[in-house]
Design a protein around this ligand. Structure first.
Ligand SMILES: [Zn+2]
Length: 334
């Protein structure tokens, strides 16, 4: 569940590419078209909201390209493309404009996501923390909508016309451990000191990075090293929004920051083992990775969806009948 096109690649690109490559079903739900974004390439400056106001449709194309790079085939806009408009940064008049995501009715917006969740039946939902990671109104609203939808989908009384009730096993918020990002900025400063090495001149602050928390808050770490190139390519596809020079990138403010292939999460609903960090968003979900789901004999009731596995695709991690099976919703806005 994500607010704008590009947030998914920046926050979860490696995670999405990894699970898609493993055969999990990954669904991205993006809440707005990002119409209020600033445009980096000068030759596309006319798309800006104060000129042609044509950035939204252009970013739909960028998002489609990014999803190709990540191998994600199921990407949707909340309520359909253009249902909710980018609200701009906090405090601007666009926040209150009719159709702005920030002014959307919470339960109405959540119902759109409930419909997707009841259709896809994911085990995992990924969204932002209550502050939206860095305070952007659309990110805060994406958090509220995702959490509200997670509450509503299991309720048989809520909109039975939107599908059968479904309970998401685990909900995560995007996170960035302070130790990791501080170290990343130190590396960036060293590289910037070498003349001509990077196309950037200025460095962002740790406070510019969404979701930064003390390291102990982080429960889960997804090593996306094998998908670093895919993540960078996906970010590069959002050319109006991101300038990439691996392993760094800058947004329209031209302030460089680290591009990390390892992505971090805080588990906020669902169970996990105490102690060390998880290395898999699906860890501990009954019937998924214990090798006992027996997909081949249907004994777990795959055909009727009783275990919630009927919508997904299988991932034979070891080639034996004990198959792991994963369904993800990333949008992260999953
Ligand atoms: Zn955003």
């Amino acid at each position: 569940m994500h607010a704008h096109p590009d947030d998914e690649s920046i926050n979860n690109g490696a995670t999405m590419a990894k699970y898609a490559a493993e055969g999990a079903r990954v669904t991205l739900v993006t809440c707005t078209l990002g119409e209020e974004g600033e445009v980096i390439p000068p030759h596309l400056g006319h798309l800006a909201p104060d000129r042609d106001d044509a950035l939204g449709p252009h970013r739909v194309g960028e998002l489609a390209e990014a999803m190709k790079e990540l191998g994600v085939t199921d990407h949707r806009f909340l309520g359909g493309p253009g249902r909710y408009r980018d609200s701009g940064m906090m405090g601007v008049e666009q926040n209150e404009r009719p159709g702005a995501f920030w002014s959307a009715d919470l339960d109405e917006a959540a119902a759109h996501l409930v419909a997707v969740i009841r259709e896809v039946r994911p085990q995992v939902l990924v969204t932002y923390d209550p502050g939206g990671g860095y305070g952007h109104p659309d990110h805060i609203q994406a958090h509220r909508v995702a959490m509200r939808a997670a509450d509503l989908t299991p309720d048989p009384e809520f909109r039975p016309d939107l599908g059968r009730p479904w309970e998401i096993a685990k909900v995560y918020w995007n996170r960035m451990p302070r130790g990791v990002i501080v170290e990343g900025f130190a590396r960036l400063r060293r590289d910037l000191a070498e003349p001509g090495r990077l196309p950037f001149t200025q460095v962002a602050a740790v406070t510019d990075v969404p979701g930064v928390v003390d390291d102990y808050i982080v429960t889960t770490e997804i090593d996306g090293t094998d998908f670093a190139a895919a993540k960078a390519a996906a970010m590069r596809a959002h050319a109006t929004q991101i300038a990439v020079a691996e392993p760094y990138f800058a947004l329209s403010n031209q302030l460089a920051q680290p591009l990390l292939a390892t992505e971090y999460y805080e588990l906020v609903r669902g169970r996990r083992e105490e102690g060390s960090r998880e290395s898999d968003l699906f860890e501990g979900i009954p019937g998924l990775s214990d090798g006992a789901t027996g997909l081949s004999d249907g004994a777990t009731g795959l055909s009727d969806g009783a275990t919630g596995l009927s919508e997904g695709t299988t991932s034979a991690s070891d080639g034996t009948p004990g198959t792991s099976f994963e369904v993800a919703q990333n949008g992260t806005g999953l």
